[in-house]
Design a protein around this ligand. Structure first.
Ligand code: ADP
Length: 599
């Protein structure tokens, strides 16, 4: 499928034409890329590039609208025809969009309503959508949202500690640059030769706008940007983190209005506020020539990034790889060095030569860490347009699986024991005895029970499920985790890296073991049922339970295709209570594919 992508900023427009293969994961080939910028005096600069031709010129396009209107003519001049779909970068999707969306009138109205959250970008984005619709009225237009990747960040990340009325008015953290962070994370996982779902990555996007993102086992955990793209790092013209008390102080001391303060935080701060120049190349040159302001700016810039990397490593309980991207992340060896030099304490060391001039051609993602570094460091060019083209193709190709009922089982808290744990709790040589079989073939509930002990409370009589497993795993609900007083992460069964410890007590002894999780909701399904429902292993789907005003949709439900599985969805007691159902409920469930996760 040939896809034209528009990426409209507040003052620039990038385009790309891509051919995507028919199947998921097929190679995407860029046919053309272009950029329009420096709009002034009734004209702008244009850069166009194809495999065998590259041109830079100025053109009489006075604004973004004029540049967009010129695109069909330029495509024709460059022999690019046969566009089948159009993708748009949309900076904000609010709470409605956790993936690409077809830009129908209702969706566009929803996006327009978000204008107060991104007053510069949304009007520009929508303007391009309208122009593209006028030129290509019959082509599908799909929006890909900068916020979507972060939308499932946990509440402890998205919530500001402010009055309820403010939160109800929409004050929350969103996070941006999601398309870039997702792309580079997937690219880095490929370069590291490991599934994204097994890695703890920190993506550092340093362009004119800049943000860091923690990607924990394939999912965005947190971005340094918040309600708006102002929070977090020092940027070209934006301040990043600042004490909110500054508003009152500046108003009282300098008589500035909220609008003036906001303007200055967006456009007169960051590198520009510190040095007069928003361009890191200038700042680096000046610092090298002895300019104290520029030196301070560079130190502050690197320090802030390093602080976020350290914070995110702690948030994830470790880090396997750090990725640098964006104009500064890709090109400034000295900035990468300055950021990484404080991170030797967790085993991250750069290689001097590899860091100097990594070759990023053709979407390469070279490693630049030193031999023996515990943390991989990867540099790669961000490819937002390419990622948008991929997502548009996947969105349009996505089959709507047949709606079909799935039985739902509510799992109470339980443990799976390893042979060592069994011996510690019940004595050497003890064998569990089967009380009753479970519906998943080969699985059963034991007669034996254990007690879970946390710093806050104790849960007694917890079921043990057989047979034994290689690692002990303790599955509780979120409510249980508060009873115990230990924060348990939501994890797919068996993914126990970095999980917290808990004390188990049995009749013959006790042990402290890691493996405490809140099990991610999932669907066990056998291959025949999966095929009948159009579901695939490792897909994330939405499952709708019930009808009417108590209907409830569970997002991010993981499909696990296993031979011989008894097809049913597993949720925990908190989720069952929310849906008003008890154990072993058989409900009407319709599934819609949401995304895929790495295996
Ligand atoms: P945008 O966020 O607008 O897409 P970019 O990702 O192109 O911006 O990043 C622009 C920033 O990258 C500018 O501050 C620019 O100075 C910086 N940059 C580009 N090349 C270099 C380089 N060789 N050394 C240092 N900084 C660079």
């Amino acid at each position: 499928m040939r896809i034209l992508v528009f990426n409209a900023g507040s003052s620039s427009l990038k385009i790309g034409v891509f051919d995507t293969g028919g199947e998921a994961g097929a190679q995407v080939v860029q046919r053309l890329k272009g950029g329009f910028g420096r709009f002034r005096d009734g004209g702008c600069t244009v850069h166009l590039q194809a495999a065998d031709r590259s041109e830079d010129f100025t053109a009489p396009y006075a604004d973004l609208a004029a540049a967009t209107a010129a695109v069909p003519g330029l495509l024709a001049d460059w022999g690019v025809t046969g566009i089948e779909a159009i993708g748009h970068r949309i900076v904000h999707g609010g709470e409605a969009h956790d993936g690409p969306a077809t830009l129908d009138p209702e969706t566009l109205a929803g996006i327009e309503a978000l204008t107060p959250l991104a007053p510069l970008h949304i009007p520009a984005n929508l303007n391009v959508v309208r122009l593209a619709r006028a030129v290509w009225p019959d082509l599908p237009q799909v929006g890909v949202f900068d916020t979507a990747f972060h939308l499932d960040n946990p509440p402890r990340v998205t919530t500001y500690a402010v009055p309820q009325a403010w939160r109800e008015a929409g004050l929350r953290r969103y996070g941006f640059h999601g398309t870039s962070h997702q792309y580079v994370a997937e690219r880095a996982a490929q370069a590291m030769g490991q599934p994204l779902g097994d890695l703890r990555l920190i993506s550092v996007h340093l362009g004119n706008g800049a943000s860091v993102c923690a990607i924990n086992l394939g999912q965005s955990l947190e971005s340094s940007m918040g309600l708006t793209p102002l929070e977090g790092l020092v940027m070209g013209t934006r301040s990043g983190d600042i004490d909110p008390g500054a508003f009152g102080y500046l108003q009282r001391e300098l008589g500035l209005s909220v609008a003036q303060i906001e303007h200055d935080l967006y456009y007169e701060s960051g590198l520009k506020g510190l040095t007069g120049s928003a361009d890191m190349r200038d700042v680096e040159d000046r610092a090298a020539a002895g300019d104290a302001q520029a030196q301070l700016a560079i130190n502050l810039y690197a320090y802030r990034v390093r602080k976020y990397i350290g914070g995110y490593a702690a948030a994830m309980g470790g880090v396997d790889g750090v990725i640098f991207t964006g104009g500064i992340g890709e090109n400034s060896a000295s900035m990468r060095r300055r950021i990484c030099d404080g991170l030797q304490f967790f085993g991250l060391r750069l290689d001097h030569d590899r860091n100097l001039a990594p070759d990023l051609d053709n979407y390469a993602a070279p490693h630049i860490q030193a031999y023996g570094s515990k943390v991989a460091v990867i540099v790669t060019e961000t490819a937002e347009q390419l990622q948008i083209a991929r997502e548009v193709a996947a969105h349009l190709a996505r089959p709507m699986p047949a709606a079909r009922p799935i039985p739902i089982a509510v799992s109470g808290r339980h443990v799976h024991l390893s042979a060592d744990s069994l011996a510690a709790l019940f004595g050497e040589g003890y064998q569990l005895t089967e009380a009753k079989p479970l519906r998943q073939p080969g699985n059963w509930v034991a007669n034996e029970r254990v007690t879970l002990v946390g710093p806050k409370g104790t849960l007694e009589n917890v079921a043990i499920l057989g047979p034994l497993r290689p690692r002990t795993q303790i599955e509780v609900s979120r409510t249980d985790s508060f009873t115990l007083g230990i924060e348990a992460p939501v994890r797919d069964s068996g993914h126990l890296e970095g999980t917290p410890e808990i004390r188990l007590v049995g009749p013959a002894g006790q042990l402290d073991t890691d493996g405490l999780i809140v099990a991610a909701r999932h669907i066990h399904i056998n291959p025949a049922d999966a095929e009948a429902m159009g579901l695939e292993d490792r897909q994330l789907v939405r499952v709708r339970i019930g009808t009417g005003d108590r209907a409830l949709t569970f997002a991010r439900t993981l499909v696990r295709v296993q031979p011989n599985a008894f097809t049913e969805m597993h949720i925990d007691t908190d989720e069952g209570n929310a849906a008003g159902i008890g154990r072993d409920f058989v409900g009407q469930v319709a599934a819609g594919v949401e995304a895929f996760v790495g295996g």
